[in-house]
Design a binder for this molecule. Structure first.
Ligand SMILES: *[C@@H]1O[C@H](CO)[C@@H](O)[C@H](O)[C@H]1NC(C)=O
Ligand SMILES: *[C@@H]1O[C@H](CO)[C@@H](O)[C@H](O)[C@H]1NC(C)=O
Length: 357
């Protein structure tokens, strides 16, 4: 009521005042926007190094595969879903070095000389990942890596990035496992025949008591595409590692024995170490026997006792061994997730001290 009669109010709608009000509003918005942006800026930088897919999608984490291990090319950027490759871009193009967030160095391909390592100065946010799948006995010149590496990747559980040769997975429900038809007793495949090694000496005794079919090293042929089919006909497979080290359990156990449906007879780290990865009733350990002869008589007794032999497959109603179709791809795929979770700063003074335990 008073408003209409107030001349002051009438005057307030003049164009100059409106212009001034709008100007003030624009100024205020600008100030508020600036404050808001300043407050948000550090947060988005932080999210960049974390698992914020929307931020990462704009600027991918570039992972440089410095070399293809053993020169074997494998598909990049085809990470199985469970390894979460989202937000990462894998490349083997060394010209992208300067923009790479991580460089994965495969030990065998770089250990001979520092000249094999990247030569251009390292960008401050770039991590070097040391990748190795050999045992310490076959891993020379570790000292070359002193004070260079930020993250380790290997078959050892205590690596920053644990990249095992294989693993078991749990079925969702109890499954029936059909034991492959067995027509033969025992097999062993070996490529590196060293007469002084423990495994070759052990075999030398064992074969006096047991029929063992040897594959590889100029003996029976074991084509890669028929390996599982051929080995599955054996009751036992000798998964003897070339050297004995913590967690050093290779495809001899995972692919040759377990995936093929054989009962593994293992030589490697102690039984407890195996039991970190596979059920205790899934394998036979040579250390459980006082001599090769005792092991042989146990295996022969199992050969005659179908029911007892079958016990070694009970665990398979709960677990299965996934096939390792692209082991290199899968190992490298683990890097992406690890980078998203990695500590902000870390240098490893000596890989040797840790790895050669
Ligand atoms: C088993 O469970 C996983 C994870 O919960 C699920 O992704 C998968 O589809 C299930 N598989 C079957 C055969 O039910
Ligand atoms: C990685 O290690 C190098 C070499 O010691 C170091 O200069 C760099 O700051 C480290 N980077 C990270 C992200 O930890």
């Amino acid at each position: 009521m008073g408003q209409a009669q107030n001349p002051e109010t009438d005057k307030s709608v003049n164009p100059v005042k409106i212009f001034l009000l709008i100007s003030l509003q624009i100024l205020l918005s600008f100030i508020l926007f600036t404050m808001y942006y300043r407050r948000e800026a550090p947060a988005s930088t932080k999210a960049d190094s974390q698992d914020d897919v929307t931020v990462i999608a704009k600027e991918p984490i570039i992972i440089l595969v410095w070399s293809f291990p053993f020169g074997q090319r494998f598909p990049l950027n085809q990470c199985p879903q469970q390894f979460d490759g989202s937000g990462c871009l894998y490349t083997a193009d060394r010209t992208l070095y300067s923009s790479a967030h991580a460089v994965v160095l495969f030990h065998r391909d770089v250990y001979t000389s520092k000249k094999q390592l990247p030569q251009t100065p390292r960008p401050s946010n770039q991590r070097w990942v040391w990748f190795n799948n050999e045992s310490p006995s076959h891993c020379p010149n570790l000292a070359i890596m002193n004070n260079l590496i930020n993250l380790t990747m290997s078959y050892r559980v205590d690596s920053d990035i644990f990249a095992p040769y294989g693993w078991i997975e749990k079925h969702n429900t109890t499954m029936h496992f059909t034991i492959p038809t067995k027509t033969k007793l025992a097999a062993w495949a070996i490529s590196n025949w060293n007469p002084n090694s423990r495994r070759v000496k052990y075999y030398g005794e064992l074969k006096n008591y047991l029929q063992i079919d040897m594959y590889g090293y100029g003996r029976r042929n074991l084509p890669r595409n028929r390996q599982s089919e051929i080995l599955s006909t054996y009751k036992f497979y000798f998964a003897f590692e070339n050297s004995i080290h913590v967690d050093y359990i290779t495809e001899k156990l995972w692919d040759n024995a377990l995936y093929s449906g054989c009962v593994p007879v293992v030589m490697g780290p102690p039984r407890e170490n195996y039991e970190r990865f596979i059920p205790r009733d899934s394998f036979i350990h040579v250390d459980d026997f006082a001599s090769p002869q005792e092991l042989a008589s146990y295996l022969l007794s199992l050969d005659k006792d179908e029911e007892k032999y079958k016990q070694y497959f009970n665990w398979r109603s709960e677990y299965y061994v996934p096939p390792q179709d692209n082991p290199w791809t899968v190992s490298y795929c683990r890097v992406c997730k690890a980078l998203k979770e990695a500590p902000p700063y870390r240098t490893i003074a000596s890989i040797e001290k840790w790895f050669k335990d």
